[in-house]
Write a protein that binds this ligand. Structure first.
Ligand SMILES: Nc1nc2c(c(=O)[nH]1)N[C@H]1C(S)=C(S)[C@@H](COP(=O)(O)O)O[C@H]1N2
Ligand SMILES: [Mo]
Length: 315
């Protein structure tokens, strides 16, 4: 068993963490602090650190996007389709009691609480690019561990071929789910080998702190070689299934959002080119755009998963 993050942080931080849990419950009951992402009286998030990842191909050379940029320009449609709104509203996700149901075709289904998720495996810091299909990208130092650690724990059965990820849809705290922009809850899916790939991260923190609400508190997926929308935020259920799941985006617009959603600069979204991208924080709209790389730059690690597949057909 690995130490609880609370045991490896200084006592003062631990006290703050308890406080944050209490204030988080108060927040959930409706008292807002009014500061974006604020959860403690001094406006900080509890510390959650990880060892720098030893995994080959984890990119640590690019300069991370600033925390301010990464937390103020977000897609989180359960709160709003406006990129600035999640930062004002999603702090209600931080500090709530949280359980993820892991079930379906597994020998050991379980409801796993946040504290148990936090100590399931040692935390790693991994600096990943995340590219949105809308043409922007960020570089974020995430904190978490490979999803495969959780997959191993529940012992999938041989018939389990895909994983279906479901995220929170609570109209009491998420005004966006009253709109019909998507068929809620937000659902995503991965093939078993994609889900088991060591790069696929179950993230509980970023920048050495627990996840801010707008980035998917308290637990999200980060699949760095796929468009950002595959990286489901605020997970409540992971179900092992035999058939390929239908994602919320695939249901909304099957011609625009294929199941695989691998970053592929040669396959354009019907409404936008995917050849280049704009790194958030780099000089706004007039900064030179970057060439988008196949599999978002992770081809060496993941291209073999798709050997023999026509990636224009399976986009
Ligand atoms: N539950 C949920 N997860 C979500 C989304 C969402 O609207 N709801 N948006 C996705 C999209 S389109 C992107 S690009 C990324 C953005 O992650 P970030 O805000 O941490 O950069 O989250 C993804 N995960
Ligand atoms: Mo996105």
């Amino acid at each position: 068993m690995h130490p609880l993050p609370s045991e490896i942080t200084p006592a003062g931080v631990y006290a703050q963490r308890r406080l944050y849990l209490q204030s988080g419950l108060a927040l959930a009951a409706g008292s807002a602090l009014g500061v974006a992402g604020a959860t403690t009286p001094d406006g900080t998030l509890p510390i959650l650190k990880g060892q720098p990842s030893a995994l080959p191909g984890v990119n640590t050379m690019e300069r991370p996007t600033t925390l301010a940029d990464a937390t103020s320009y977000n897609n989180f449609y359960e709160f709003s389709t406006d990129k600035a709104e999640p930062a004002k509203r999603a702090h209600v996700l931080v500090g709530r009691p949280w359980t993820v149901r892991v079930d379906g075709l597994v020998n050991k289904p379980m409801d796993i609480g946040l504290e148990d998720l936090l100590r399931l495996s040692p935390m790693e810091e991994r600096i990943y690019r995340l590219r949105c299909v809308e043409g922007w990208s960020m570089v974020i130092p995430w904190v978490g561990y490979s999803l495969s650690k959780l997959i191993d724990k529940v012992q999938p059965q041989g018939s389990a071929k895909f994983l279906e990820f479901t995220t929170l849809a609570d109209p009491a705290i998420m005004p966006g789910v009253r709109s019909r922009v998507l068929d809620w809850p937000y659902v995503e899916g991965l093939r078993m080998d994609e889900a088991r790939h060591p790069l696929t991260l179950l993230a509980m923190g970023m920048y050495g702190q627990v996840l801010p609400g707008q980035n998917g508190a308290p637990v999200r997926l980060v699949v760095p070689w796929k468009y950002g929308f595959k990286s489901a935020k605020s997970l409540v259920r992971i179900r092992f299934v035999e058939q390929q799941p239908v994602s919320a985006w695939g249901r909304a617009a099957p011609g625009e959002y294929g199941f695989y959603s691998n970053v592929n600069p040669q396959v354009n979204h019907p409404r936008w080119s995917q050849a280049t991208e704009r790194r958030i924080g780099e000089g706004g709209l007039f900064a030179p755009r970057r060439q988008t790389q196949m599999f978002n730059g992770y081809a060496e690690q993941v291209a073999h998963l798709y050997a023999g597949m026509d990636l224009k057909k399976f986009f």
